[in-house]
Design a protein around this ligand. Structure first.
Ligand SMILES: [Zn+2]
Length: 212
């Protein structure tokens, strides 16, 4: 960052804390997926924006497979009702919440983010409480990973009936705290690998999603 120029394209930028540069997590993402080691990328259209669309273009071809795989393994992100185990080292990220309502269709952050994550037009009236719960948990997990976390703790679940008579709908609400467990040795090796895979898939899907 000498001379305040973007290390990638050479455009002049104001400095590390300015809006001219993309977030560190995005820098890491680009470096990882392009196998580069640049210190920063600027927000110029011909710089990070172009790079992101190139990456997204590549991943778009594998979108379906990535979504299927993510659906299979997303449950490896722990969602627990208790606080974090005492021996865990972690940083608190933020609160995460999710709601699903049967009878109206499932409009969640998750389905907004990854359009056909659960297949479009799923017949929500046939989904049972268990499915709603699973969806909520998946939603919490995706939100958590998107914020850079790898576990959700202190999770609370609520079931509510809304409406009356034959129009009854069931609403499932969940809230928890997304954390980043910093010492991954707290997880078994197998789980660690799959959690990293979840994080990577989420990053890729997000890159595609941003391009749409
Ligand atoms: Zn640049």
């Amino acid at each position: 960052m000498s001379n305040n120029k973007c290390p990638n394209c050479g455009e002049s930028v104001k400095g590390f804390l300015s809006n001219d540069l993309i977030q560190q997590s995005k820098v890491d993402f680009i470096n990882k997926h392009l196998n580069q080691n640049k210190e920063a990328y600027c927000t110029h259209f011909s710089c990070s924006v172009a790079i992101f669309s190139k990456i997204a273009e590549e991943y778009r071809k594998q979108k379906k497979e990535m979504e299927d795989r993510l659906k299979q393994i997303i449950h490896f992100i722990p969602v627990i009702t208790s606080p974090a185990p005492v021996k865990w080292d972690y940083n608190i990220i933020d609160m995460v919440t999710a709601q699903t309502t049967s009878g109206t269709g499932f409009i969640t952050e998750l389905s907004r983010s990854f359009n056909d994550f659960f297949g479009q037009g799923s017949n929500s009236t046939n989904l049972k409480v268990e499915n709603a719960t699973t969806l909520c948990k998946a939603d919490l997990r995706i939100q958590c990973v998107k914020m850079g976390g790898n576990a959700v703790i202190s999770t609370d679940i609520d079931f509510n009936e809304i409406g009356a008579g034959s129009t009854n709908m069931l609403m499932v609400c969940m809230a928890g705290t997304a954390i980043k467990v910093t010492d991954m040795t707290n997880f078994s090796e197998g789980r660690r690998e799959i959690i990293n895979e979840v994080i990577e898939l989420t990053e890729k899907l997000e890159a595609i999603n941003k391009e749409q």
